[in-house]
Design a binder for this molecule. Structure first.
Ligand SMILES: Nc1ncnc2c1ncn2[C@@H]1O[C@H](COP(=O)(O)OP(=O)(O)OP(=O)(O)O)[C@@H](O)[C@H]1O
Ligand SMILES: [Mg+2]
Length: 252
């Protein structure tokens, strides 16, 4: 179980996260919604090690993760995607997945030097899994293309695939539907539901309210660095505070 407790983060004088607490179980999808600038992406950075929180803790199955580097957090099974995909544009689509699957920590680099034969086996295994992932995400036809040539939607799929190569227990996905064409959107929805079935604990930030209501078990509404309310999609949808939180904020 993921347990985030009382996370604070400021940039200079700007208090972006003001005591965020949430819990999420394996095999569930938690939607995180809220106006632009509410602190949603910053929360993901604080949970995944890309930013060090000023206060608070992140626990995964009883192990403390806050303060660890992102690669060490990932090695413990918690990974995130970025709002703007961060593929390696010069690498092929297949190699993007292979790199993600063989990302090494200091410990595993040392192990690789000691057990070089096992490492060669490991690389073969990573390639096999990357090819499987290409099939699963319908990217096999573009496997050998440079990642920069993908459409916006395909880049989102690749970004998801790169995180899945880590075999995550917890997956934080930042705006998977932004800029994705309708045909790919349905495919993404199906993939995300599949992650829940696979027992992964999924947190999704999304402005596409219809999609997030459809796929989430629980919804957290984040406004000005605090959780305004938390509940089932039905509970959140009929709460008048949600509407006023959106109307009260300047549009993007
Ligand atoms: N590295 C940073 N340095 C300074 N300010 C930052 C930094 N990162 C984010 N902010 C500020 O923190 C606030 C929250 O940003 P954040 O990106 O978390 O919002 P968000 O809820 O993800 O918004 P959106 O829906 O537009 O993606 C914004 O005012 C932003 O300008
Ligand atoms: Mg954001």
């Amino acid at each position: 179980m993921l347990r985030v407790e009382n996370i604070h983060k400021s940039f200079g004088g700007l208090k972006v996260l003001q005591g965020i607490s949430l819990e999420a179980q394996p095999g569930t999808i938690t939607g995180i919604i809220g106006p632009n600038g509410a602190g949603k992406s910053t929360l993901f950075s604080a949970i995944s090690g890309f930013l060090k929180p000023d206060a608070g803790s992140v626990m995964l199955d009883g192990e403390r993760l806050d303060g660890l580097r992102p690669d060490l957090v990932a090695a413990r099974g918690l990974v995130r995607t970025f709002q703007v995909p961060r593929e390696f544009g010069d690498l092929t689509v297949l190699d993007n997945l292979r790199v993600a699957g063989s990302q090494m920590t200091d410990e595993s680099i040392l192990a690789a030097l000691v057990f070089w034969r096992r490492t060669a086996q490991h690389e073969g295994e990573v390639t096999r899994r990357a090819e499987e992932m290409l099939q699963r995400l319908n990217l096999a036809a573009v496997a050998d293309n440079q990642a920069r040539a993908l459409s916006g939607g395909q880049k989102k799929l690749l970004e998801l695939g790169r995180t899945l190569m880590v075999n995550p227990r917890v997956l934080l996905i930042d705006e998977p539907f932004a800029g994705v064409a309708p045909a790919l959107r349905d495919q993404l929805v199906a993939h995300l539901k599949g992650l829940r079935t696979a027992g992964i604990c999924v947190l999704i930030i999304e402005h596409d309210i219809e999609a997030i209501m459809e796929i989430s078990d629980r919804i957290c509404v984040l406004v000005e660095g605090s959780i305004l309310l938390e509940g089932t999609p039905a509970e959140v949808q009929r709460d008048p505070r949600v509407l006023s939180a959106y109307l009260g904020s300047a549009p993007a």
